[in-house]
Design a protein around this ligand. Structure first.
Ligand code: OSB
Ligand code: MG
Length: 369
């Protein structure tokens, strides 16, 4: 049966949320985050929300909050308004001419998926073909001022029940912190993420002795050959994050031997349609996947939980509870983890109520189309 959806109105809200704990990666340090919430409304008044979780600066990917706002306002939202479609997979076709700009696309694509699953009366996880009723969450820890601060943070998160810990590394903050955490936690599922900052192999090869589950994105995004060479030399699996924006990128990386694990981020892939396609391809070629995060507010966080319910997400995902990042989240209930496990909601659409009042109180800019 064809149930055409036609989007008649779109809104964007730039929302600023304070982080409970400052987060530092190899490139930046943050006290608060601005994400753009996208609201799509159909002719019957049904609404779907998505989140553009771009960092404010172009250090993780080329996008910024301003570029996302501009691309969504000028290209993506005008492409969807007034167009009819039957399935959310068709929505990203409407902006097929727009290159790159994955974070901006992801927010609009997700809003269409949430709208569609709401109209159909199914959960987002079911709409995607998810099979898990709960997903295992890992935590991602930023670069801390000292090794003692890091050990305290690992203690806090493992005591909260998270079974996997990822440490951000950078030259000068790699072998020593990893050695310290490994000595204190010999059996912990531990992995590291360099966000593409390395240009030399030495420290990365030295990490091979610590039994890490993976080394995530050691080299620059486009440098697939460097990843393939390192993978030849070490036994720790290499995981790619920034390098993989399309299924074609994944195919290239697989054929080069540049990865053994894939981090799928809905934002980095440009939305749920592409994220699911990458999951399907990884499953075909035997690459285990997990869902990475971008410190999402509750909307993006709930979407990460839904996508992690797909069968190929066999490794713990960065879907830690809202409270790790935000004192109060923009969805009700907040995303919670019990002993590192998050339940996949069964309610229709996002499965969480969007807290319009909290959003309004934290909004710094809006646009209606
Ligand atoms: O590489 O996974 C990353 C945050 C900002 C930029 C890049 C990354 C991250 C994270 C966040 O690790 C993890 C999370 O959202 O829980
Ligand atoms: Mg990463």
């Amino acid at each position: 049966m064809s149930t055409e959806v036609k989007i008649t109105a779109a809104r964007m809200h730039r929302v600023r949320m304070p982080l409970v704990h400052e987060f530092q990666t190899s490139s930046h340090r943050k006290k608060f985050l601005d994400h753009i919430l996208v609201e799509l409304e159909d002719a019957c008044g049904a609404v779907g929300w998505g989140e553009i979780a771009s960092p404010s600066d172009p250090y993780y990917a080329p996008e910024t909050v301003e570029t996302c706002w501009n691309i969504a306002e000028r290209y993506l939202l005008p492409a969807v308004i007034g167009q009819g479609w039957d399935r959310p997979e068709q929505v990203s076709q409407l902006w097929a001419k727009v290159r790159g700009n994955q974070f901006a696309k992801a927010g609009v694509d997700v809003a269409a998926w949430v709208l569609w699953s709401t109209i159909q009366g199914v959960s987002l996880a079911d709409a995607l073909g998810g099979t898990r009723t709960e997903v295992t969450a890992g935590v991602s820890l930023g670069i801390e001022p000292t090794i003692d601060d890091l050990l305290a943070e690992v203690e806090r998160q493992t005591a909260a029940g998270y079974p996997r810990v990822k440490l951000k590394i950078a030259p000068g903050w790699d072998v020593e912190p990893v050695r310290a955490v490994r000595s204190a936690y010999p059996d912990l599922d531990l992995h590291v993420d360099a966000n593409g900052i390395y240009t030399e192999d030495d420290a990365l090869r030295a990490l091979d002795e610590f039994g890490l589950t993976m080394i995530e994105q050691p080299f620059a995004p486009r440098d697939l050959l460097a990843h393939a060479r390192l993978q030849q030399a070490i036994s720790t699996p290499i995981c790619l994050d920034e390098s993989i924006e399309t299924v074609a990128d994944l195919d290239t990386a697989v054929s080069l031997g540049a990865l053994e694990v894939l981090n799928i981020k809905v934002s980095r892939m440009g939305g749920l349609t592409a994220a699911r396609a990458a999951h399907d391809r990884a499953q075909q070629v035997g690459i285990p996947v997990w869902c990475g995060g971008m410190h999402e507010f509750g909307i993006g966080r709930a979407v990460n939980v839904a996508v992690s319910s797909l069968p190929g997400f066999t490794l713990p995902s960065d879907v830690s509870a809202s409270e790790k990042y935000y004192a109060r989240d923009i969805v009700e209930p907040a995303v919670v983890a019990v002993e590192g496990v998050v339940q996949v909601p069964e309610a229709t659409g996002l499965g969480h109520k969007v807290d319009i009042e909290l959003i309004a109180a934290n909004t710094v800019a809006t646009l209606s189309l």
